[in-house]
Design a protein around this ligand. Structure first.
Ligand code: FAD
Ligand code: SF4
Length: 506
């Protein structure tokens, strides 16, 4: 008897649990570019091209290793689904008596494979995703009986578990977290390394033509495609980061510079999330750079915390809270997503740049996603479903397990404070401090009200006023309410009127 092992487009690693006991004589791999999966969101063209090309390269690697693979190339036909392909393979090979899959990163897909298995009356073995550093059960145990699920405490457990940056039981350097050193803005003389570019080979060129032809209406540009599409190329990108960027990563982690989309970030989320890179190897290479005195502790700790802390924590929250998490809307936000999120056509310079770079690169770094785009959507009260759809579509690293807790939890506070202890809301002053966007904007960041005032300024106070019943009791934000209460009635009226006028214009 034999197994049919389904390898999904974000599971491109030969060490994946579903392949651990693969028998090349009798078992079969199925990989597929499925119409519905590519079309169900307005996925960025570069995201589709990256995944199809990485899948085709992984298929070639499996074939070279003599794995029997059935690979379905994209066809513009919505009747071809995982179910139809599985059915076809089972009818062709009567020996197949079990489906095996590493747990998909999306609740919807787990349910879909369970349904397929029961409809086709074939057993299904869903295996733990061994590309993560904590299991779901470990996270659930950590979360049980805790009133608050703060990432920082989870991260400390992970540091101990993997003995990363530890001196016996203590954190190296005496502190767990060096974020207070990580809020600098680069001087005008600061050089930024060029993004590491991989040239497209014939496989990628074919995929780029396919995407141009089959997905013309999708968001984003295919120009200047330079992503890695194999594990060996992704390792080059990781090494380049460790060599040329990591030392400055911490200092400028929160900074945003006009026309510098890549900054000192690692640009490895595409590869981590698709299986081309593994989290522990990234962490260990960074730790080694610190031990070899090539990189500062604040940078190395900051980078490691993103992967060992945030990434694992976010995934834990997703599986802990799904499926209900999808429907949360604590602040009852109802506004539609402004249409300029699909075009970048707005006078707000910070938003214009972040959206335009997203359109070009299928990438924006964390602070752009959080404090410009996310902050704006929070202040405007945009509906979580629409915001989730946008973030899931436009970034090449976006999969529901990671996108949703960042959107629903971190930026929109739609989970009522599970992920964030307070809403990440701010006026224009934060953006002005951490970027140079404001100096080229048609709005004035220092003006609080009126047609030329920065909209973030009055939207911030209006957001607090609108959500007073839900937020006032939060200790971390109550001081803001005291400031608001001290404002004159005329000032409050101006805020409400400016906000109303701006929101109506969206
Ligand atoms: C609203 C919003 C949506 C986001 N959506 C996604 C998404 O769909 N996919 C995604 O991978 N990340 C997402 N993030 C997290 C983060 O912005 C990206 O991981 C990061 O920008 C990727 O770029 P990088 O590889 O250069 O990261 P770096 O800044 O170099 O960080 C290193 C790595 O740490 C991990 N990481 C850092 N922060 C987070 C986080 N908050 N959650 C999970 N992992 C993190 C990523 O794997 C990243 O590659 C989102 C953040 C926000 C605020
Ligand atoms: S002034 Fe306001 S809208 Fe303009 S770039 Fe600065 S923060 Fe953004």
């Amino acid at each position: 008897m034999s197994k049919l092992v389904i390898v999904l487009g974000d599971q491109l690693n030969k060490n994946i649990s579903s392949l651990s006991d693969f028998n090349k004589e009798s078992d079969q791999v199925l990989m597929a570019e499925i119409y519905q999966e590519a079309k169900y969101a307005n996925h960025h063209k570069k995201k589709i091209a990256f995944l199809f090309s990485a899948m085709r390269h992984f298929n070639n690697e499996l074939l070279e290793d003599e794995f029997p693979v059935y690979y379905h190339c994209y066809q513009n036909d919505d009747s071809i689904s995982f179910e139809s392909l599985i059915k076809e393979l089972i009818s062709f090979n009567k020996n197949i008596n079990q489906l095996v899959i590493t747990k998909p990163g999306e609740y919807r897909l787990v349910e879909e494979f369970k349904d397929i298995s029961s409809r086709l009356k074939i057993s299904l073995d869903i295996r733990q995703d061994n590309r993560f550093l904590s299991t779901e059960n470990e996270f659930f145990n950590w979360a049980s009986n805790r009133k608050e699920l703060r990432m920082e405490f989870f991260y400390r457990e992970m540091r101990k578990k993997y003995d990363v940056l530890m001196d016996k039981d203590h954190p190296i350097g005496g502190k767990w977290n060096y974020d207070s050193e990580n809020r600098k803005f680069p001087s005008k003389k600061q050089d930024f390394p060029n993004v590491f570019k991989i040239s497209s080979d014939p496989v990628t060129m074919d995929v780029l033509s396919l995407v141009e032809q089959e997905f013309p209406e999708h968001f984003g540009s295919l120009d200047n495609f330079h992503f890695a599409t194999t594990r060996s190329e992704a390792l080059l990108i990781l090494d380049d980061f460790i060599e040329n960027r990591l030392d400055n990563f911490g200092d400028f982690q929160d900074a945003m510079v006009e026309n510098e989309p890549w900054m000192f970030h690692s640009h490895i989320s595409f590869y981590l999330n698709s299986g081309l890179l593994l989290p522990l190897e990234c962490i260990q290479k960074a730790e080694k750079a610190y031990f070899e005195k090539k990189c500062s502790l604040n940078s190395v700790e900051g980078f490691i915390r993103q992967i060992l802390g945030w990434r694992e924590y976010i995934r834990g929250i997703y599986w802990l809270k799904m499926p209900d998490y999808k429907n949360l809307n604590y602040l009852i936000a109802k506004r539609a997503l402004p249409s300029f999120f699909w075009s970048g056509d707005t006078k707000l310079n910070c938003l214009h740049h972040c959206i335009d770079e997203t359109y070009q690169n299928a990438y924006a770094h964390h602070i752009q996603r959080l404090m410009v785009l996310g902050n704006f959507l929070l202040l405007c009260g945009v509906n979580p479903d629409e915001v989730n759809h946008w973030y899931l579509s436009v970034y090449a690293d976006a999969y529901e397990w990671v996108e949703m807790p960042n959107v629903t939890g971190m930026i929109l506070y739609a989970d009522g404070g599970v992920v964030a202890s307070k809403p990440y809301a701010s006026g224009g002053s934060y953006i002005n401090k951490m970027s140079n966007y404001c100096s080229n904007c048609s709005y004035q960041v220092n003006e609080k009200n009126g047609d030329s005032a920065c909209p973030f300024n009055y939207l911030f106070w209006d957001f607090l006023a609108r959500n007073k019943d839900k937020l006032e009791s939060n200790n971390r934000i109550s001081m803001m309410y005291r400031t608001y209460e001290k404002m004159s009635d005329d000032k409050k009226k101006l805020i409400t009127e400016d906000a109303k006028k701006f929101l109506n214009s969206l």
